[in-house]
Write a protein that binds this ligand. Structure first.
Ligand SMILES: *[C@@H]1O[C@H](CO)[C@@H](O)[C@H](O)[C@H]1NC(C)=O
Ligand SMILES: *[C@@H]1O[C@H](CO)[C@@H](O)[C@H](O)[C@H]1NC(C)=O
Ligand SMILES: *[C@@H]1O[C@H](CO)[C@@H](O)[C@H](O)[C@H]1NC(C)=O
Ligand SMILES: *[C@@H]1O[C@H](CO)[C@@H](O)[C@H](O)[C@H]1NC(C)=O
Length: 681
């Protein structure tokens, strides 16, 4: 069991050593202190523990300067000072012979300085002379050269008029005087002039002279009779001063650094020339602390652990020889070591930034919401408009709104009417006309997809081809092939200078009739146009007619008749249909009759003049006359009369008020074909 203690004890010893080493740096194995006074190197107790001249003896647990009896009160490296108790100088008068001190005196001479290490601090000490009739002085530094024996003399005079003259706390020449001392004082002694004390032996039998702390001596009247054995604490400046025995060896930092005696051996140490006497001192560099006279004696200061001495209002980080002090993120200070860190963005700024970003986020949310709403609406419209039914229809393309967006611009607008607007554009290299209805009453939504499917199935050279539609809008848009030469209406009535010979007119009539007849009979559901008129007969570049605008056309089952309200152009409207409200294929025949009349007369039929065009032809017809005057002069040549008359007759049949007397569209088409062929023969 016993040997188990050994490591523990060793450890304790090591810890103790470490603890003391932390307070006072010494060379290994040297006493770090004596009597409560730290003894840092170059001072030291015992052989090998001190630099020459810096020996301290520890006698009865009391440190004294080696070779003297001068007690050391304090030793510090920085400032480079020691406080030592020095004896006073005094002289006392003999009551039997008050004019003479005989041998009753002590000059308080000290020889503490055989190696020249110490100088009496001129900045911390003063000379005090206490006595009621005396001139006291100190002399220092024996010299061979000067007129006197010493290099320095200084002192002061004190006098008391009577026993009550001296005042506590006042040391201004009454019972006490004081004087500053010059730098450079070393070993010194005190002396006095002798004055007759016979009248004052009871209150001031002695004179005293001593050095005292400049800031820590207060005169009391009782001091006029104090104990002559008293000593007083005196500040000494010490330095590495070289060897005064060797003349010229008075090193400054510059000179000393070159020698092997250089004392500032620690890393991170600086040399400072002594301010009191020759020589130099060593200090740890800024940011380091410890003993600059020992190798590695200077250690880094953890400034952050001592905020009182090294203030930091931010985040403190210790570094070698210094420390960093920075404000936290988001805070700033002109100098965080001296000024508090304040928030970079004051509350007002934070609030406004917060508000702005809040608004931005809100705007984003609204934007996304609107976008999604639009998409949803587009989807809803698509569904409502029968997109699901139409999706699978083979001949029809369902356009996305975005695909048509570029075309639906005002500069592409080519027509405008009660039905809506027509835009011309280019999709995948093909010209198209997009019909964009106005309002939402044009299509009944349930019927719309069927209608679109049926129309898309109509493939006829005389019917404008429906290419597709767009369902993602409230009212679906229809996309047709674009027919380049405009409508028959425009051609006939807008510019009469454009000529149109009978053959072309015949061809237009015949082919239009063919298209309508196809719709009436050859598609598997009967499609009525409901609004046949020149404006709805478009012409391509070869004047091939194409019937357009099924915008109001209705489909009906082959055996059912349409009864829905259809609003067409009154000019071309079958009066029977107007009366009964029942649309039949014969209503389209009626309208076509009006178209024939317009084409052969090149006159515009108008509802407002009671349809005088129709009326005029009917009058002629009833009189059995050929309506020569009514024909367009361009074609009303002798050779054409017969054929024009035949055309007028067909028109009259179409316009018959008895629906059953009207021919079917197929009849009309056939008869026109025969007429047309007869021309070619
Ligand atoms: C004082 O002086 C007298 C006469 O000169 C002498 O006898 C005596 O010893 C002196 N006293 C002291 C304390 O020196
Ligand atoms: C000086 O002392 C004498 C005798 O005690 C006294 O009469 C005189 O008033 C004193 N003078 C001052 C200025 O104190
Ligand atoms: C002043 O002197 C007294 C007595 O000598 C001592 O106890 C005290 O510590 C000194 N004060 C300072 C600030 O040196
Ligand atoms: C100074 O030099 C003398 C003579 O060389 C020597 O005896 C003495 O020890 C030296 N003192 C110091 C403090 O080096």
């Amino acid at each position: 069991m016993e040997h188990m203690w050994t490591p523990l004890i060793l450890l304790q010893l090591l810890l103790a050593a470490a603890a003391t080493a932390a307070t006072t740096a010494t060379t290994a194995g040297c006493r770090p202190s004596c009597g409560g006074v730290d003894i840092p190197y170059p001072f030291g107790i015992g052989v090998g523990c001190f630099r020459k001249g810096f020996e301290i003896e520890c006698i009865n647990n009391s440190p004294v300067l080696a070779g003297t009896s001068l007690r050391v009160v304090k030793l510090t490296l920085d400032p480079d000072q020691s406080q030592v108790m020095l004896p006073m100088g005094w002289q006392c008068y003999n009551a039997s012979d008050p004019g003479d001190t005989n041998s009753n005196w002590d000059y308080g001479e000290t020889t503490m300085n055989k190696d020249g290490v110490y100088r009496i601090s001129s900045t911390h000490n003063m000379l005090v002379v206490v006595g009621c009739n005396t001139l006291g002085f100190t002399a220092s530094k024996r010299t061979e050269g000067g007129t006197a024996n010493y290099a320095y003399y200084t002192g002061c005079m004190s006098y008391c008029n009577n026993s009550a003259s001296a005042q506590d706390g006042l040391c201004d020449g009454v019972g006490c005087c004081r004087v500053n001392i010059p730098p450079g004082l070393t070993d010194n002694y005190f002396n006095f002039r002798e004055f007759d004390h016979s009248s004052m032996m009871d209150y001031s039998p002695c004179d005293y002279a001593f050095l005292a702390d400049r800031n820590n001596y207060t005169f009391r009247r009782s001091h006029l009779k104090m104990d002559t054995k008293r000593s007083s604490p005196v500040w000494l400046d010490w330095a590495i001063r070289g060897n005064s025995s060797i003349s010229g060896d008075i090193p400054s930092c510059k000179q000393a650094a070159k020698t092997d005696q250089y004392a500032c051996v620690s890393a991170h140490s600086d040399c400072v020339d002594s301010i009191n006497g020759p020589g130099y001192n060593c200090k740890c560099s800024n940011g380091y602390e410890g003993d600059a006279y020992l190798p590695n004696g200077c250690t880094n200061i953890d400034e952050c652990a001592d905020p009182a001495k090294y203030p930091c209002y931010g985040v403190c980080t210790d570094t070698q020889g210094s420390y960093d002090c920075n404000c936290r993120l988001g805070y700033r200070s002109h100098d965080p070591r001296t000024e508090r860190c304040t928030e970079k963005f004051p509350l007002a700024a934070q609030i406004s930034i917060g508000a702005i970003s809040g608004i931005l986020v809100l705007a984003l949310i609204i934007f996304v919401y609107v976008l999604r709403k639009e998409r949803r609406e587009a989807r809803d419209f698509y569904r409502k408009n029968g997109g699901l039914t139409l999706k699978d229809a083979a001949n029809i393309k369902i356009f996305k709104r975005g695909e048509l967006k570029a075309i639906l611009k005002s500069h592409n607008l080519i027509g405008k009417g009660a039905f809506g607007e027509v835009y011309k554009g280019d999709i995948d290299g093909a010209l198209v006309a997009i019909k964009k209805p106005i309002g939402d009453n044009v299509h009944e939504n349930k019927q719309f997809p069927n209608e679109v499917i049926i129309q898309s199935q109509v493939m006829h050279r005389n019917i404008v081809r429906l290419r597709g539609c767009c369902l993602e809008v409230d009212t679906p848009m229809l996309v047709y092939e674009f027919i380049s030469n405009g409508s028959l209406e425009d051609f006939l009535h807008k510019d009469k200078s454009k000529l149109l010979n009978l053959d072309v007119r015949l061809s237009i009539l015949q082919e239009s009739a063919h298209g309508l007849s196809y719709m009436h009979s050859q598609t598997h559901t009967k499609i009525l146009h409901g609004d046949v008129k020149p404006a709805n007969i478009l012409l391509d570049e070869k004047f091939t007619p194409k019937i357009s605008d099924f915008g109001i056309s209705r489909l009906i089952a082959k055996d059912k008749e349409q009864t829905a309200n259809i609003i067409g152009d009154m000019t071309y409207m079958d009066p029977v249909y107007l009366k009964t409200g029942r649309l039949t294929d014969r209503s389209d025949v009626y309208s076509f009759g009006v178209v024939i009349l317009e084409l052969i007369s090149r006159k515009k039929a108008t509802h407002s003049d009671n349809n005088s065009l129709v009326g005029s032809f009917q009058e002629c017809h009833q009189r059995g006359e050929t309506a020569l005057k009514l024909f367009d002069p361009e074609i009303a040549t002798t050779g054409n009369f017969e054929i024009l008359d035949k055309l007028a007759k067909i028109a009259m049949e179409c316009l018959h008020l008895d629906v059953d007397q009207r021919p079917s569209m197929t009849d009309v088409a056939e008869r026109l074909l025969i007429l047309h062929r007869s021309r070619k023969l």
